[in-house]
Design a protein around this ligand. Structure first.
Ligand code: ADP
Length: 412
C-alpha cells in the first residue's frame, strides 16, 4: 500500500509516495508553473529522473497528471490508483482549531475556508489541492497536516501580543508559528539520536532555509516560536525582514507615500538578506561575495548569525536551561559558517562547537553531531523531512490511531 503526500502552493504541486512497509519513499516529484503556461512535472523514482511537459490550467489538472505519472508504465512508482490508501495534505494554517493532524471532512474544509483570511497566499492553494484530490480519489481518507499544529501547545504568554486584546478576539491576532512539521520532526529525531526520552529534553530547533524559524521545544511541547501571526516575524530570512521596530513601516509609508500592499511586498520580498546585501538572498552567493570582500555581505552574515544566537539565548532562558540545539533546512544543514558564527561565544550556556565536525556537516543529507563530546549542550545537524511527518500522520489516521504522534521517526 502507498500513502500519497501533496503540498500545493500557489503555482506548484509537490508530491511524494510513501511505502509504510519498509517506511521509505518510493518517489518524490513536483509539478511547476501550475496555472501558468509551460507547466512541467519532474520526478525522482529510484535512480530514474523524468520530466513531462504538459500545461496544467489548475491544481486539479496537476493532481490528475501526478496520478497518471504515478500509475503508468511497467516500472511505475504505484501499481494502480487503488493501492493509494490515503492522501496527506500539507496545510499551512490550522488556526486555533487544530493542534494535530486531522481527517478531512466537509466541516474541516469549511473551517479551512474561513481560515484563508489568515493565510491568503497559502490556504487557498492547499484547499484547491484537497478538493482536487478528493474528487479524483473520493473513497480514501484525506488528511490535513498543519504547519501551525505543533505550536498550539504554546502558553498564552508566548502567543499573545501586547496589543489591544480585542484584536485577538475579533481578528485572531496572535502568534501561531509555522514550520511546525519540521520542528516536530527534528526535535523528535534529536531525542532518538541522543538516546534520551523526548519528554525530558529542552531543545532549540532552528529551521533556517529561505524562510527561517526557531522553536523552543520543552519536554516534547513547543513553548515558543519565532514566526508569529504570519511567517514574516522572527529571524532574518532570505527576503523577509523578521523582527523589526513596527514603527519603521509606518514611517516609510508616510515618508514615501506607499500603501499597505506595497509595504507588504517590500517587507516580504525585498527585505532580509536581499535588502541588506542589495543583491542576494541565497546564502551561497552571500558567503562567496563576503569572501571577495563585499562589506554588505559580511555584515549580512553577521546579522543573520546574531539573530540566531539571540534566539538560542532567549529560548534557553524561557525553558530554564538547554540540552540540545538542532540546525535544519537548506542553510542549517549546509552552512558551517552561519552555524559557527551563531554558536560562537555561547560557552557560558554550555555550547562548545567541534569545528572539524561542523565543517564536515554539509550536504549529503546526513545527521551529525557538531558539538564537542564534552559539550553539556549537544548541537546536531538533522536534515528535515516534512513529507515523512505528513505520511506517518496520514497512516496513523488511516489506521485509526488518532492520537498518533507517538511515532519518533526512528527506523533503527
Ligand atoms: P525553502 O525555505 O525555500 O524550503 P531551503 O530549506 O531549501 O529553503 O533553503 C534554501 C537556502 O539554503 C538558500 O538560501 C540556500 O542558499 C541555502 N543553502 C543551500 N546550500 C547551501 C550551502 N552549501 N551553503 C550555504 N547556504 C546554502
Amino acid at each position: 500500500m502507498s500513502i500519497l503526500t501533496l503540498n500545493c502552493g500557489s503555482s506548484s504541486v509537490k508530491y511524494s509516495v510513501y511505502d509504510p512497509e519498509p517506511k521509505s519513499f518510493v518517489c518524490r516529484g513536483i509539478v511547476e508553473r501550475v496555472g501558468l503556461s509551460g507547466s512541467f512535472l519532474r520526478q525522482q523514482h529510484g535512480q530514474a529522473e523524468s520530466r513531462i511537459e504538459r500545461d496544467c490550467a489548475d491544481h486539479s489538472a496537476a493532481v490528475q497528471l501526478v496520478l497518471e505519472v504515478l500509475t503508468t508504465g511497467d516500472s511505475s512508482p504505484v501499481r494502480d490508483v487503488a493501492s493509494i490508501r490515503a492522501v496527506g495534505h500539507r496545510t499551512v494554517h490550522g488556526g486555533e482549531k487544530f493542534a494535530r493532524s486531522a481527517r478531512v471532512t466537509p466541516e474541516l474544509v469549511k473551517t479551512l475556508d474561513a481560515l484563508s483570511s489568515l493565510a491568503p497566499l497559502h490556504n487557498p492553494p492547499n484547499l484547491a489541492g484537497i478538493r482536487a484530490a478528493q474528487a479524483l480519489l473520493p473513497d480514501i481518507p484525506h488528511v490535513a497536516v498543519f504547519d501551525t499544529a505543533f505550536h498550539q501547545t504554546m502558553p498564552p504568554e508566548a502567543y499573545l501580543y501586547p496589543l489591544p486584546y480585542e484584536w485577538y478576539e475579533r481578528h485572531g491576532i496572535r502568534r501561531y508559528g509555522f514550520h511546525g512539521t519540521s520542528h516536530l520532526y527534528v526535535s523528535k529525531r534529536a531525542a532518538v539520536l541522543l538516546g534520551r526520552p523526548y519528554d525530558t529534553l529542552r531543545i532549540v530547533t532552528l529551521h533556517v532555509g529561505n524562510g527561517a524559524s526557531a522553536a523552543a521545544v520543552c519536554c516534547g511541547r513547543s513553548v515558543d516560536t519565532s514566526m508569529g501571526f504570519t511567517p514574516l516575524e522572527g529571524l532574518v530570512m532570505g527576503t523577509r525582514c523578521g523582527w523589526i521596530d513596527p514603527a519603521i513601516p509606518l514611517f516609510v509609508m508616510q515618508a514615501e507615500g506607499l500603501d499597505a500592499a506595497e509595504m507588504d511586498r517590500l517587507l516580504n520580498k525585498q527585505s532580509g538578506l536581499l535588502g541588506l546585501t542589495g543583491r542576494f538572498s541565497d546564502r551561497r552567493d552571500i558567503e562567496k561575495a563576503a569572501d571577495e570582500g563585499d562589506a554588505r555581505c559580511t555584515h549580512a552574515i553577521a546579522i543573520e548569525a546574531l539573530s540566531l544566537k539571540k534566539v538560542i539565548g532567549a529560548y534557553a532562558a524561557a525553558m530554564g536551561g538547554l540540552d540540545c540545539v538542532v540546525f535544519t533546512a537548506g542553510v542549517g544543514e549546509n552552512s558551517a559558517r552561519i552555524r559557527e558564527k551563531a554558536l560562537s561565544g555561547l560557552a557560558f550556556l554550555g555550547i562548545h562547537l567541534d569545528p572539524a565536525a561542523n565543517e564536515h556537516a554539509r550536504g549529503g543529507k546526513a545527521e551529525a553531531r557538531i558539538s564537542r563530546t564534552d559539550s553539556p549542550v549537544r548541537v546536531l545537524v538533522i536534515p528535515t523531512d516534512e513529507e515523512l511527518v505528513i505520511a506517518e500522520d496520514s497512516l496513523a489516521i488511516l489506521e485509526g490511531r488518532f492520537d498518533a504522534p507517538d511515532f519518533d521517526y526512528s527506523f533503527d
